[in-house]
Design a protein around this ligand. Structure first.
Ligand SMILES: Nc1ncnc2c1ncn2[C@@H]1O[C@H](COP(=O)(O)OP(=O)(O)O)[C@@H](O)[C@H]1O
Ligand SMILES: [Mg+2]
Length: 241
């Protein structure tokens, strides 16, 4: 057995719920939903962690406006607190340089991150997942056995095609799927809702395209007041978050 697995289990044992924000696609709003969900829960006084596992395009630190806060090394590493959220990202290891990892390396980096991070006791750990259904998704399923999935798509048929594949895999592996969020909507089309239902998943609702969102990136206080956040809060209420 991989020796780090038992260390990982120990590291995660005091975390009540692990929610992975995933999609078959990139650019659909996973990082925005993951960061906003973490902020929303922290505001409700829950103990929250956010782990950015997108090794190709980490972005949670940009959305949260992380500046000079770094992890502390002490028998592993302790994530810094950003706006009340314990925050850990691959960016702490790669800096802003592009990181051309290959398959095996990715698995190793994820294992290492999970093995060294000391989250302590948390109500929620939110994971900002990379796009697709590659090694990272399988690693989360394998090493974070209790993880639940919150799936994000856009109204696009192309995005929904990829999301459909992810949903089928999660269904086959019997992983809990909290539901599918349709992000950046501009019409009242019901195409995605029908597709999600056809795939036996729960459709959670729309987050409208918010033309002012970009101005709030890096400023959590403003982010919490955006229309996109309002839509997300309504969705989260449905799943009691
Ligand atoms: N509802 C929305 N309205 C407007 N812009 C959005 C919305 N959701 C996400 N975005 C923007 O779209 C881009 C991609 O979002 P991001 O969360 O980085 O996607 P992913 O993590 O899936 O690659 C970002 O610039 C983000 O600010
Ligand atoms: Mg992202």
């Amino acid at each position: 057995m991989e020796p780090r697995t038992s260390v990982i289990e120990k590291r995660l044992k005091d975390i009540n719920r692990i929610i992975a924000v995933a999609s078959g696609k990139g650019g659909v709003g996973k990082s925005l939903v993951a960061s906003s969900l973490a902020l929303h829960l922290a505001q409700k006084s829950y103990r929250v962690g956010l782990l950015d596992l997108d090794l190709y395009g980490p972005s949670s630190h940009i959305i949260l406006g992380v500046k000079d806060e770094f992890p502390i090394e002490e028998k592993g590493i302790i994530p810094p607190k950003i706006h009340g959220i314990s925050f850990m990202s691959i960016v702490y290891f790669t800096g802003e340089k592009p990181s051309p990892f290959r398959g095996v390396d990715i698995s190793n980096i994820i294992l290492e991150l999970l093995a060294i991070t000391q989250w302590g006791s948390l109500d929620f750990l939110i994971i900002d997942m990379p796009p697709g259904i590659g090694n990272e998704t399988l690693d989360v399923i394998r090493y974070m056995k209790t993880s639940e999935f919150l799936v994000v798509t856009t109204p696009s048929k192309v995005a929904m095609g990829a999301v459909g594949k992810l949903l089928m895999i999660l269904l086959e592996l019997k992983k809990p799927v909290l539901g599918v969020i349709e992000n950046m909507t501009m019409t009242d089309s019901s195409f995605i809702k029908k597709e999600v239902h056809r795939l036996q998943a729960r459709y959670l609702g729309k987050i409208h395209f918010d033309e002012h969102l970009e101005e709030s990136i890096g400023k959590p206080d403003r982010l919490l007041k955006t229309l996109a956040m309002k839509d997300l809060s309504r969705i989260l209420q449905k799943i009691k978050l």
